[in-house]
Design a protein around this ligand. Structure first.
Ligand code: NI
Length: 87
């Protein structure tokens, strides 16, 4: 069975009032979120890692794929930030 997940509008999200808070607030939130995720994800069983879910467009994703994609995505944005700081 593939539970259906919802997407969200990134650009609309960025228009919310908390957009103007200091960046530190977001970084603290990410630190805390990631600490919880690491604990959760390290304790998933092989069977749980193989579970799948479905996007509204019909595509199917495995939990283990999501973890790899998220890890890649963070490094991808970090590289963008490092590049921007050089310029
Ligand atoms: Ni991104």
């Amino acid at each position: 069975m593939n539970p259906l997940v919802k997407t969200y509008e990134e650009n609309e999200w960025a228009k919310l009032i908390d957009y103007d808070l200091p960046i530190k607030v977001s970084l603290q939130l990410l630190d805390t979120l990631h600490e919880r995720w690491v604990n959760l994800l390290k304790n998933l069983t092989i069977d749980q890692l193989k579970r799948t879910y479905q996007y509204p467009d019909g595509s199917i994703m495995r939990i283990e794929q999501s973890i790899a994609l998220y890890a890649w995505h963070g490094n991808h944005h970090l590289a963008h930030i490092q590049q921007a700081l050089k310029n």
